[in-house]
Design a protein around this ligand. Structure first.
Ligand SMILES: NC(=O)c1ccc[n+]([C@@H]2O[C@H](COP(=O)([O-])OP(=O)(O)OC[C@H]3O[C@@H](n4cnc5c(N)ncnc54)[C@H](O)[C@@H]3O)[C@@H](O)[C@H]2O)c1
Length: 650
């Protein structure tokens, strides 16, 4: 029998039947509920033993939050069912002016706050206080279920089993979260249900009140309304619940560690965390084949498990990374994954462009097969563009395609290579000549990783940011001119904003032409500066003498100067581009590379580039800043002349 039907029957019965037996049952249910409520307060007292002494109570009561909680005690959860501030009115706080209501940041406005955690974590007592301090109504999911069913949660479990209970709980939580924002305390098992977690993710912000076993034991042992604990040794039972549930609670948006401090202190911690919480920026890449999010924020590695768990077909991943990044960032990522019980193994390749070749690719594929990957095992690329391209290509081809996640750690990878699904390796004949389109399931751009990135690499990544503005967003290029220097200098907000804008630009371009199939413009526009850049890289070699981003920087200047030479672009725009690139410390002209280069050799490299069309060199040119277009009509002589003018030998 479905719980919904059971609940309806109960309510009908309660209206119709007035027999003494029924009444006694009803009263029992209510008594149980209020005992449970009372128990909650007893738990609070254990939670905060020193609180019980008169002196401390007297002292605490002067604090508005305690006054709020005292008033709230007289207020049953069930009576708070009116509009947004009804709970406040009932407590009389508003009229009495006893409390200052904390305002949530804009990103949280309109969202419910959902407390999760084990029994004894304090979800109800903290939830009530939090609601009072935020001026929001409070709801207790278990109390709502009990009210509807007319009996206690343990009775529901006994009568209908856990499956039916969870089914009803899922609906109650969905209904509660569908209305105006509330503070909601959930039952200990609610967050274990994948659909309930998804509802909470959509409608609210989840907070896990994390407690150690000893704390929980002190709070819950001996409470009669915890029948689960009466079935054996409470410590063992709680430990089993911790092992089982913590990996799921770890998917919550915020984690608050609770010890033996008072509920008011814990509430303050929760409130501070909420007020300081910055939701990671999210961008959606919408393609015909798939959709995925680029998540940008500080400290995402340690939250990787929480962010990825909902997407993974199997709680198993293989992380591919390079030796430098492994030393700096792998442990944090592995911890983040294991917090939600995602099993991981690792493949580490040498750092640098020289790893982006067929031999290393073969080694990575062997490593994946040796690790026994299955179709549902996800490959995580942790590193710069080299690891992203290499691991992505291995993911695209192993077992005909494995799920793939990008965790870019260089600025270049965060703003460009991790988005769009191009993967591949170089061959001795040129760059990226073997590869595949393989879109990631998610991109996690943790801006904290940029703090360990050498300044030269940071600058190199900046070239791809400026490129986005130069292609099609003149206002963004002007933003770069204003803020580029400080962004490279380490300003975190500017970095996050630049990453967001560059990724949004790339997502729009890729969404329009996922596989670069348009004859003109489309995704090929993203190659602005790249025909020159790839030729320069091939000539200098991939040993680190010239970074990809540095080659792109020179290429951007050359592309604009070529456009000017062809009479397409005002000279002032070309000089503006070169001036800005040089101002942020990047090479903007061939002369800045301090190398003897041959125009003929560079052209030969260009002719091997996969951007050739019908034997014609393909370039991205510009009519001005933010006005790029593709062209296959550039005469080779014009390119040779430009290269000679820029200082190349014959
Ligand atoms: N797939 C695409 O769409 C696309 C787009 C642009 C570029 N790319 C490719 O990207 C590659 C260049 O990427 P890249 O510039 O990120 O190079 P990279 O991956 O070689 O990283 C540069 C160096 O920085 C180190 N590093 C990475 N993260 C670090 C961190 N957080 N702290 C300290 N050191 C760190 C690496 O170990 C490496 O030595 C090129 O092969 C290029 O072709 C691909």
């Amino acid at each position: 029998m479905r719980l919904e039907f059971v609940v309806r029957q109960h309510l009908l019965n309660r209206l119709r039947i007035r027999s003494g037996r029924e009444r006694a049952q009803r009263q029992n249910a209510y008594r149980n509920r209020h005992e449970a409520d009372r128990d909650d307060y007893q738990e609070e007292a254990v939670h905060n033993r020193h609180w019980e002494s008169e002196a401390v109570v007297g002292r605490c009561r002067a604090a508005p939050s305690v006054l709020a909680s005292a008033v709230m005690r007289g207020n049953t959860v069930l009576r708070e069912s009116g509009p947004k501030d009804a709970g406040l009115k009932e407590t009389g706080l508003k009229e009495a002016g006893l409390k200052e209501i904390a305002a949530l940041p804009e990103t949280l406005a309109g969202r419910s706050i959902v407390l999760v955690g084990l029994m004894g974590a304090g979800k109800t007592s903290i939830g009530r206080r939090l609601a009072a301090r935020l001026g929001m109504p409070f709801r207790d999911a278990d109390a709502e279920i009990e009210l509807a069913a007319g009996c206690t949660v343990p009775e529901l479990f006994d009568r209908y089993g856990e499956h039916e209970f969870r089914d009803g709980e899922r609906r109650v939580i969905r209904r509660l979260l569908a209305g105006d924002p509330i503070v909601l305390a959930t039952g200990g098992g609610a967050f274990m249900d994948p659909q309930t977690r998804a509802t909470i993710r959509e409608e609210g912000i989840s907070i896990w009140l994390r407690c150690k076993l000893a704390t929980l034991l002190r709070r819950v042992v001996g409470r009669e309304h915890r029948p689960l604990l009466n079935a054996g040794d409470p410590a063992q039972i709680l430990q089993r619940l911790i092992d089982l549930r913590h990996p799921f609670y770890a998917e919550a948006d915020l984690i608050i560690d609770c010890a033996d401090e008072s509920p008011d202190v814990t509430t303050s911690h929760v409130l501070n965390a909420l007020l300081g919480w910055q939701a990671p920026r999210r961008l959606s890449v919408a393609l015909t084949s798939t959709n995925y999010d680029v998540v940008i924020g500080d400290g995402l590695l340690e939250r990787a498990g929480a962010l990825l768990a909902p997407l993974l077909p199997q709680k198993r991943v293989v992380v591919v990374t390079d030796a430098s990044v492994a030393r700096l960032h792998l442990p944090l990522l592995l911890d983040g994954l294991s917090a939600t019980a995602i099993q991981s193994s690792q493949i580490v390749v040498p750092a640098g462009e020289s790893s982006k070749n067929l031999e290393t690719y073969a080694r990575v594929v062997d490593g994946l097969l040796d690790a026994g990957v299955e179709r549902g095992t996800t490959i995580i690329a942790l590193g710069g563009g080299v690891v992203g391209d290499l691991a992505g290509f291995a993911a695209a081809t192993t077992l005909r395609g494995l799920p793939f996640v990008q965790v870019p750690t260089t600025l270049l990878a965060q703003v460009d290579s991790s988005v769009g699904g191009k993967t591949g390796v170089n061959t001795p004949r040129g760059k990226n000549l073997v590869g595949a389109f393989h879109q990631p399931r998610m991109v996690l751009a943790d801006t904290a990783t940029l703090r360990t990135l050498p300044i030269r690499e940071l600058r190199a990544g900046y070239a791809e940011i400026a490129k986005a503005g130069l292609i099609g967003d003149a206002a963004f290029f002007a933003w770069c001119e204003r803020h580029g220097g400080r962004m490279i200098g380490g300003d975190r907000d500017l970095q996050a904003e630049a990453i967001r804008r560059a990724c949004a630009f790339k997502a729009a371009v890729v969404g329009d032409d996922e596989r670069e199939e348009r004859p003109n413009d489309g995704r090929a526009l993203l190659n602005l500066g790249h025909t020159f850049a790839h030729a320069l890289e091939a000539d200098v070699g991939y040993g680190g003498g010239l970074l990809h981003g540095e080659a792109v920087a020179v290429g951007l200047g050359l592309a604009f100067r070529l456009s000017t030479r062809l009479g397409l672009c005002p000279q002032a725009d070309a000089e503006r581009v070169v001036a800005h690139i040089a101002a942020v410390g990047l090479p903007a002209e061939i002369g800045m590379l301090n190398r003897r280069l041959s125009a003929a050799t560079l052209i030969a490299h260009m002719r091997r580039d996969k951007k050739m069309r019908d034997g014609q060199l393909k370039f991205v040119l510009a009519r001005g800043v933010g006005q790029a277009f593709t062209s296959s009509e550039v005469a080779q002589d014009a390119v040779t002349d430009l290269l000679r003018t820029e200082g190349c030998g014959p």
